[in-house]
Design a protein around this ligand. Structure first.
Ligand code: S3P
Length: 440
């Protein structure tokens, strides 16, 4: 946690959103740029890097594995690739902080190395399930132990890996990515089939590093033994950070709000479809060229509009999985009930996001019903004032900050320091857009 960590937000009710803004770089892509740069041959330059605590944990872990990294500017990183065989044994456990993506992708990256490694994290990460990654990696020949399925994760070095053909039991980009990264050192062709589309940043970025990844329907396949060639990576703005302002715009941008240069990888943008189905006015203007890492980006314009409650189609849930905290804020402001089912994955994120959102909505006077795999929210047009606990979850904290735009009295959000794991500068950007927020 940084020395400037804040612990709570105070939000005055109301406020109107306007203008244009750019949110910081994509978290998923920033982790991957560092990791692939670290195992590539040559020097990779990353621009638009997300300088958040999660991505800095990945950066520190790579340094501990012997990769030389410079950061000439806050958002520009130079990675001197060690090559796939060039990583060396870390002298201590690798601390992933709050970052589930870092831990799961490193499991895949470290499974085939000649040395032992141990992965640990903060209190939230130490409670999160890791067997979903350990199980397929063991099938590839890795020796990995967890404690009751949770970190610390211990990886024994010197195990030769072989390819597998794996059907993912959950739609998880992290598990898919870990298997593909392990597949780079495995003998044979590794294949991963997903039950529903998940973000394909790993596949796109491997291709940018010169690795051939074949996509056959729902299956991604990669032959082991391919080398990565260093490249230049431009990281677009994070759709999941933009999502807070997309909802803010739906609630309070009477003259419109424009979000610049946002990554629109299709399995990330389900929130746009869901909000449109509720009546939102969202216009997406794709940029013509893809970024250097093969990712599409767009300017997104949103105008305030009256929202109606809907039943969210289950097929859209994995495509908006990180956006549900702020989506439930939109649902509370809509007219009528909104129902989300098939979202049990939300229970194993940085916190149990179904329980944390239900608790906070209740504190702000929103009727709801907590379900094992979802939440039903009774739209009431807005919120009472009150105090909500984010339970140390960055996205819960930011979601309730946005709620203030439609509140009748001030809102206090507690335990907000972890916003720095994904969205440094959130308070300043939110205030600039018109959210009446103070950090203390
Ligand atoms: C991520 C995948 C998703 C997402 C997380 C980032 C990634 O997790 O929730 O914030 O970068 O691959 P799952 O793979 O567990 O769905």
């Amino acid at each position: 946690m940084s020395a400037h960590a804040v612990s709570r937000y105070h939000l005055e009710p109301g406020g109107s959103i306007a203008g244009e803004l750019r949110v910081p770089g994509d978290k998923s892509i920033s982790h991957r740029a560092l990791m692939l740069g670290g195992i590539a041959e040559g020097t990779t330059e990353v621009s638009g890097f997300l300088a958040s605590e999660d991505c800095l944990a990945t950066l520190a872990a790579l340094e501990a594995l012997g990769v030389a990294i410079e950061r000439p500017e806050r958002e520009r990183v130079i990675v001197r690739g060690a090559g796939l065989d060039g990583l060396r044994a870390p002298s201590r456990p690798l601390d992933m902080g709050n970052a589930g993506t870092a831990m799961r992708l490193f499991m895949g990256l470290l499974a085939g190395r000649p040395f032992d490694s141990t992965l640990i994290g903060d209190a939230s990460l130490m409670r999160r399930p890791m067997e979903r990654v350990a199980v397929p990696l063991r099938q590839m020949g890795a020796r990995i132990t967890t404690e009751n399925g949770r970190p610390p994760v211990r990886i024994e070095g010197g195990q030769p890996l072989h390819a597998i053909d794996y059907d993912l039991p959950v739609a998880s980009a992290q598990v898919k990515s870990a298997i593909l990264l392990a597949g780079l050192t495995a003998s044979g062709e590794t294949r991963v089939t997903e039950p529903a589309p998940t973000r394909d940043h790993t596949e796109r970025m491997l291709a940018a590093f010169g690795v051939r990844v074949d996509r056959r329907g729902a299956t991604a396949a990669l032959a082991g033994g391919q080398r990565l060639r260093a490249t230049r990576i431009e990281v677009p703005s994070d759709f999941s950070s933009a999502a807070f302002f997309l909802v803010a715009g739906c609630l309070a941008a009477r003259s419109g709000l424009t979000l610049r240069g946002v990554g629109i990888n299709p399995p990330r943008t389900g929130l746009i479809e869901i909000l449109r189905a509720m009546g939102a006015d969202i216009r997406v203007r794709p940029r013509i060229e893809r970024t250097a890492s093969g990712e599409p980006a767009a300017d997104i314009e949103v105008h305030a509009s009256a929202l109606r409650g809907i039943e969210v189609p289950r097929a859209l849930v994995p495509l908006a999985i990180d956006e549900f905290p702020v989506f439930f804020i939109a649902a509370a402001c809509a007219e009528g009930d909104t129902l989300v089912r098939g979202a049990e994955e939300l229970r194993v994120k940085e916190t149990d996001r179904l329980a944390a959102m239900a608790e906070g909505l209740g504190r702000l006077g929103v009727e709801h019903e907590l379900l094992p795999d979802g939440l039903k929210v009774r739209g009431r047009g807005g919120f009472r004032g009150g105090t909500v606990d984010s339970h140390g979850d960055h996205r819960i904290a930011m979601a309730f900050a946005i709620a203030s735009l439609r509140a009748e009295a001030p809102i206090e959000v507690l335990d907000v320091a972890n916003v720095a794991t994904s969205f440094p500068g959130f308070v300043e950007i939110a205030r600039g857009a018109g959210v009446p927020i103070e950090a203390a």
